[in-house]
Design a protein around this ligand. Structure first.
Ligand code: PEP
Length: 254
């Protein structure tokens, strides 16, 4: 089954304007020169960079820009928030939803995330929906149950057509920004469990089309091994997406 391969860079709260432009220009130049054409690359900078990143990437095929979050509301008196509609108007086509840092620091819960996913879909953005367990859950051996619950509670109210538009990112929290990576077998095991869970609700044909990305200290040194697993369709990359050469090497790992 050929699924879309995606490598998305999550800049988090990094880069001033000049740094963001430099990073984007370097990536654009490398992609022009080197990229194999069947990987979709998504840059997810902080909101304030969207316009300049979009301008720099222009219409290069397979290179997209996305948000790191969006509001669960349409518009209105929500100071500091940014809507999915605004993201789309700046040329974004993807948005990360439910990153563990948003769940932890901003207390985003499964219900709020459902509303964010709906906002994204209603505005033609592809949600990259994050799930993943903490170290204590992994050590207790309940990681599969926990992640399945995250998916069911936030996503399983969607109809088939909407669900089929999602990208899932499995990000074990204990591997994010820690330098610890899940082994490729641990990643495969969880990705397969996620796909099976999706199939139990939406059927195997839809489950087979959903890209499931791995996130958590993915680097040029381990990307090839992780991406070689049958249910791993790419990566959501934090730290290494801030270094153009590393990010490009990860893209080339397929
Ligand atoms: C992330 O924040 O989505 C992530 C995977 O971070 P890192 O690659 O730095 O672990």
């Amino acid at each position: 089954m050929m699924r879309k391969k995606i490598v998305a860079g999550n800049w988090k709260m990094n880069c001033n304007l000049e740094e963001g432009q430099k990073l984007t220009s370097e990536i654009v130049n490398m992609i022009r020169d080197e990229r194999s054409k069947d990987v979709t690359v998504v840059l997810n900078p902080p909101y304030v960079h969207l316009l300049s990143v979009k301008k720099l990437i222009g219409d290069i095929p397979g290179l997209s820009v996305g948000g790191q979050n969006c509001s669960d509301k349409d518009s209105g008196a929500y100071t500091g928030e940014v809507s999915a509609k605004m993201l789309a108007s700046f040329g974004a086509t993807y948005v990360i939803i439910g990153h563990s840092e948003r769940r932890e620091h901003f207390k985003e819960d499964n219900k709020e995330l459902t509303d964010k996913v709906k906002q994204a879909l209603n505005n033609d953005l592809t949600p990259i929906f994050c799930c993943g367990e903490s170290l204590d859950i992994r050590e207790a051996g309940t990681h599969e149950v926990f992640v399945k619950e995250q998916l069911s509670e936030s996503l399983f109210g969607l109809n088939d057509a909407d669900f089929a538009r999602l990208v899932i990112a499995y990000e074990p929290i204990w591997a994010i920004g820690t330098g610890k990576t899940a082994s490729s077998d641990q990643a495969q095991e969880m990705h397969a469990a996620i796909r099976e869970h999706i199939a139990s609700q939406y059927g195997q044909p839809i489950a087979n089309t959903i890209p499931i990305l791995y996130g958590g200290s993915c680097k040029p040194e381990n990307a090839e091994e992780i991406f070689s697993k049958s249910d791993v369709d790419g990566g959501l990359i934090g730290g290494a997406s801030l270094k153009s050469r590393d990010f490009m090497d990860i893209i080339q790992s397929f």
